[in-house]
Design a binder for this molecule. Structure first.
Ligand SMILES: [Zn+2]
Ligand SMILES: [Zn+2]
Length: 97
């Protein structure tokens, strides 16, 4: 999956969303098929990621889930992600729905 790492933003108003995986963290682990990372996905951030956040990018089709820390989950505006991060779709009809 080669997806741009720049120009992402948090999708707001998603706190009430849930999926069949139990949590968006579990959703990421399942569909990224990787262990939960030690560090937040936002470039330059080395905090531990605590949740799977909904993010969006004007150049990418659909919303994605990324492991992110509480602090970065509150970012407004755009931010860059670390280049190696995997971004499973948040679209339940394509994943766990
Ligand atoms: Zn899910
Ligand atoms: Zn962070």
């Amino acid at each position: 999956m080669s997806i741009t790492a720049s120009g992402w933003s948090n999708k707001t108003g998603t706190v009430d969303r849930s999926c069949n995986c139990g949590s968006w963290k579990q959703h990421w682990i399942k569909y990224a098929a990787k262990p939960w990372p030690a560090n937040c996905s936002v470039k330059g951030c080395s905090n531990s990621p605590t949740l799977g956040a909904h993010v969006q990018n004007p150049n990418v089709d659909g919303e994605r889930i990324v492991p992110i820390c509480d602090s970065c989950n509150g970012l407004s505006g755009t931010f860059d992600l670390k280049g190696e991060i995997t971004l499973p779709s948040a679209n339940k009809s394509k994943t766990c729905g």
